[in-house]
Design a binder for this molecule. Sequence first.
Ligand code: SAM
Ligand code: SF4
Length: 442
Amino acid sequence: MTYKQKLYIKTFGCQMNVNDSEYIAGQLIKLGYSITKDIFKSNLILLNTCCVRAKVEQKIYSLIGKIKKIKESNPDVLLGICGCMAQKEKENIFERAPYVDFIFNPSQVNNLVKIVNNIVKNDNKKYISCDNAPEFSLNHIPVKRGSKISAWIQIMRGCNNYCSYCVVPYTRGPEQSRGASEILSEAADLVQNKYKEIFLLGQNVNSYGNDLSQPVTFSKLLELLNDIKGIERIRFTTSHPKDFSFDLIETIKNCSKVCNHIHLPIQSGSSKILKMMNRKYDIDYYKNIIKEIRNNIDNIAITTDVMVGFPGETEDDFIDTLRAFKEIKFDEAYTFIYSNRENAIASLLPDQVPLQVKKERLWKLIDLQKEISTKINKKLEGEIVDVLVDKKSKKNIENQFSGRTGTNKTVVFTSKQNLLGQLVNVKIIKSSAWTLYGELIG
Ligand code: SAM
Ligand code: SF4
């Protein structure tokens, strides 16, 4: 069926959501839709949502409110809400915004064509599809990727960990691994289409394969992907420290295409807070993994996620986090203010930290991390690094390109030749906390 319609899609949240939106776009293009960046020119508006923090959820409800005017001026426009907030809020969305036409959860992304056909055929009927799909497969689902150089591959969905602050296990359901043969065939297709880098996605990639009828470990999956001719780089996220195995350290060391970058969320430097977060490791255990990684893999970059203001976090607990940061020296950190989520059990804990205190802690931590990242990057001045060129200058500066090192650092340089998609050598001449600047070699 061809609708000759226009789709406007807005994505909130993590890389998994961005990749889900690529599948949404791919399926709807196949159905006859074209993509528009102008919401006022669209016939179908889809919001692919996130609800990890309350602020994003408020922002999405406010956008839904604004779309009401578009629906009023053109009742033929369809509005669908998908992603994590759709799963968390379900019918509440219809109650707050009765003009929303349909809702579906993240595991229903590959049923989108059925969902849209159903809506179009059943005029004026609200549609909701929030059951978890029985298995995780993306086989034969059309996808419209945002990059021609680096592609995401979802290797698993959901999470079994129930960190006490997090809504993901409730919104994305239990862990479901995708079969290894499906992943390998997607990687082979990407090579055929000249992709250089694959980026494996999962909430906890280290437990990949545990639920498969023929279990395959994450390390084994990396080895199998490393053997595919034509792939230049393999990245992955996210690793949970409790499942980070020494076997994986060996694999990263031995697989030449697996990048020297590990994202290992610490969340807090206080063992008391980590226990309350239900992270299942303490700070000494975390520090020991870092030590093993650095002892075994040369030139490895380590980045992290951290949260300030978890309920019960005292000044001493926060000092423990600052101390851990000073000691470990992450290359980069994604810093968050704890946000109360009603489904997550931490919202029931006493001693919620006042917002002003949370903000002050956040700024202290950001300042510290900036100082550390600046020092680490400064040491790279004069070094020659491998860069996969993936973007033209954001500021439209002529001949300016940017790319990433294996250690995931952004490098900006100039070239008269279009080098997009190529691996090049760049000599670093200047650095800042978040960016390296260099000259092309050869
Ligand atoms: N699975 C990954 C892990 O184990 O770290 C992370 C996924 S989570 C969607 C991404 C990051 O959001 C987390 O690492 C955490 O720092 C942050 N986050 C999750 N829930 C949060 C909350 N309630 N408030 C603030 N930050 C939160
Ligand atoms: Fe959330 Fe914890 Fe699962 Fe990560 S491991 S998605 S933080 S519950």
